[in-house]
Design a protein around this ligand. Sequence first.
Ligand code: ADP
Ligand code: ASP
Ligand code: MG
Length: 402
Amino acid sequence: MGLIVQKFGGSSVANTERVMNVARIVTDTYKKGNDVVVVVSAQGDTTDDLIAKAKEISHHNSKREMDMLMAAGEQISIALLAMAIEELGCPAISLLGWQAGFRTDSVYSAARIKKVETDRIKTELDNRKIVVVAGFQGLNKYQDMTTLGRGGSDTSAVAIAAALNADRCQIFTDVDGVYTADPRKVKGARRLQEITYDEMLELATLGAQVLNNRSVEMAKKYNVELEVISSLNPIPGTIVKETTKMEKMLVRGVTKDKDVSKISIVGVEDVPGIAFKVFSQLAKNNINVDIILQSVGRDNTKDIVFTVSMANEEEAVECIKALPFIGDAKVFSDNTVAKVSVVGAGMETHPGTASKMFEALYGKGINIQTISTSEIKISVLIDEKDADKAVSAVHEAFFGND
Ligand code: ADP
Ligand code: ASP
Ligand code: MG
């Protein structure tokens, strides 16, 4: 018996049958004597559909109104799930993010949780209610609804688990754990029993959407152990925690991220301060930069290449072009690229990981545009059309394909 936080993603509540299935999982947990807080996402593709509706009006809608719109998806799910739980004979109450105490900063569409005021949730739990909370949303200091960024319900669940000091935080989804690559796309992907926060954080940041990267960051910070588990087949899933019993694997997973745009500045003057001015200009515009590459200078000029997410592509090009020293340098972008990465804490002590990855790509005739590494990952930028082939080839090189 204890306090358990269970989070269900969009596919797990996509239709009435799935909502009833979730209600059964939740009530089974409750009937064992546990206190249960459930966090849910919008049903199926609801969030995408809402965004598409907004785009029918304009591509430049205010982020405040976008948050007001997107938050509606989760409101539907919590009400339906609370009804389903009551239908199964257990008491439930649905709460929107603000009712559940989520206070955020004011960055609309990418808000960060500042705190969770848990009084209301605790009162409802004391009354033996199953508390059903809308994920992905909160309230800022202007009393406006905010959302946490796509996939943000995972973070809502971890935040509640941390604030309530829950005994368990289970992330139910449509696959039965974290795999060495996307199990829907890569033949031979293997399920991991355990994975460390650091490795999971890299996998999530580099494209494994099974967990949102901010949720992993928060789980690590507050030491919330996560279980990624299937809502359709709830056998034990993958545990995400500080250290694992398993010996360090050379590579823990292979990921792909297509949300990448490569920005090139070609032929800029080769004098001190250029990189500083370019990247401080991007930072001032709140544009996150990922891979950075600078060529060796020649004829007093050099080239700088970096990547941003596709949503920032146009703005990045515009704000670089506006810099006074750009002069005759060419500034252009290319979003037909993808980033493929291998992740694993073991690679630190194993030379040869990079060459194995590059050999697998060479074997398929795939050209590498840029390379970046850290202690626990190697990423390459390649042509987007080769991305799936690349992930399969690299995965096969490290894990075989049976
Ligand atoms: P939810 O709606 O439950 O939040 P998501 O669609 O956000 O679910 O995440 C689950 C999906 O993540 C899976 O269906 C799977 O295709 C994908 N995925 C990508 N990489 C991985 C991985 N390494 N392990 C497991 N699933 C992965
Ligand atoms: N419904 C939101 C989204 O689609 C939040 C989530 O699913 O976690 O991004
Ligand atoms: Mg998700």
